[in-house]
Design a protein around this ligand. Structure first.
Ligand SMILES: [Zn+2]
Length: 327
């Protein structure tokens, strides 16, 4: 088997894609070339069914999951649906999926992957460390694989190394990956995970020092040059900036009840001054924070008062300030 970065098929396939065949989306030809290992149909009614499949790339051994949802509508006015989601699975998740089947193909694939798993994880970890992922989709895959391996090994330092990676895009992606599993899709649906992963992620995110590392990494993002980063939301990849994503992740951290320290508050309020385009995410973060009590509201207001007048009077910021005062 060749490594994933040398596999033209897997490098062309996105980490996750949602296809809407009613919208005439075209299934990537690389997905057609994957080998089905498992296929499970769930017939909900004569008009409605789903098909869950596990697929493998025969060149590099990477495993994918596909979920097809079909609804032809019971009557003329019924809404119909014809969608497919395809996403790459980390080796750990792939092994879990393959373990549920007794089919010969699935068992052989599971034995093959079990024998190669440490090599696959090691290769992706090296790729991340040496910053040579062929594209951002493979980089996201490498982050998920390394995060899974670090969490399941109970290796906190390895998780922190991901959060402190020299590349700010890797840092913000890792922060989202960790928060996503810890908070179990409360905020967005980005990837698959197991209960063991969620428990391990939650242990880090609910510990004071773990949360402090996370918050520090995110706040530090504002002092770095802006980079482009991609976020999966509403079934598509959206282009965002690292600053905007850091503000969003901080909002989620603040929503956990974590006490943001003074430098973090300064960083968030400063986002208003740098670019009013960030107000909704920075405002969300600060809004979550001030729910913690009047002391928090007062410290945010004191900082807003120090903003230059022209910025403070902007509609979005003025209405945010009004809302905090009325709390
Ligand atoms: Zn491949």
């Amino acid at each position: 088997m060749i490594p994933i970065e040398k596999c033209a098929r897997c490098c062309a396939l996105p980490q996750k894609v949602t296809l809407d065949y009613q919208r005439h989306d075209v299934r990537p030809k690389e997905a057609d070339a994957l080998t089905p290992l498992l296929r499970e149909t769930d017939q909900i009614s004569s008009e409605e069914w789903t098909i869950a499949s596990i697929l493998r790339c025969e060149a590099c051994g990477t495993i994918y999951e596909s979920f097809v949802s079909k609804d032809e509508g019971h009557s003329f006015m019924d809404p119909t649906c014809d969608t497919e989601k395809i996403w790459r699975l980390s080796p750990h998740l792939a092994l879990e999926c393959l373990a549920t089947s007794r089919s010969k193909e699935a068992e052989a694939a599971r034995a093959d992957l079990s024998a190669r798993v440490s090599g696959v994880v090691g290769n992706l970890a090296t790729m991340l460390r040496e910053e040579r992922a062929p594209n951002w989709q493979i980089q996201k895959y490498a982050i998920e694989v390394e995060m899974d391996a670090a969490l399941l090994a109970g290796d906190r330092e390895r998780v922190i190394a991901l959060l402190r990676h020299p590349d700010p895009v890797v840092r913000v992606d890792s922060a989202f990956d960790l928060l996503h599993m810890a908070l179990e899709e409360r905020y967005w649906a980005a990837r698959s995970f197991t209960k063991a992963l969620a428990d391990a992620a939650r242990q880090i995110v609910t510990s004071e020092d773990g949360l402090a590392v996370l918050a520090g990494v995110l706040a530090g993002m504002f002092g770095m040059p802006v980079r482009t980063s991609f976020e999966y939301s509403d079934d598509a990849w959206r282009e965002r900036t690292t600053h905007r994503r850091a503000a969003r992740a901080l909002a989620i951290v603040a929503g956990t009840g974590f006490a943001l320290d003074a430098s973090l508050l300064d960083a968030l309020v400063a986002q208003f001054a740098i670019d009013a385009g960030y107000w909704s995410d920075a405002g969300w973060a600060l809004g979550e924070y001030v729910k913690g009590g009047p002391d928090r509201a007062a410290s945010v207001l004191a900082r807003l008062e120090r903003l230059p007048d022209a910025i403070r009077k902007a509609d979005a910021i003025a209405s945010f300030e009004k809302r905090v005062r009325s709390q």
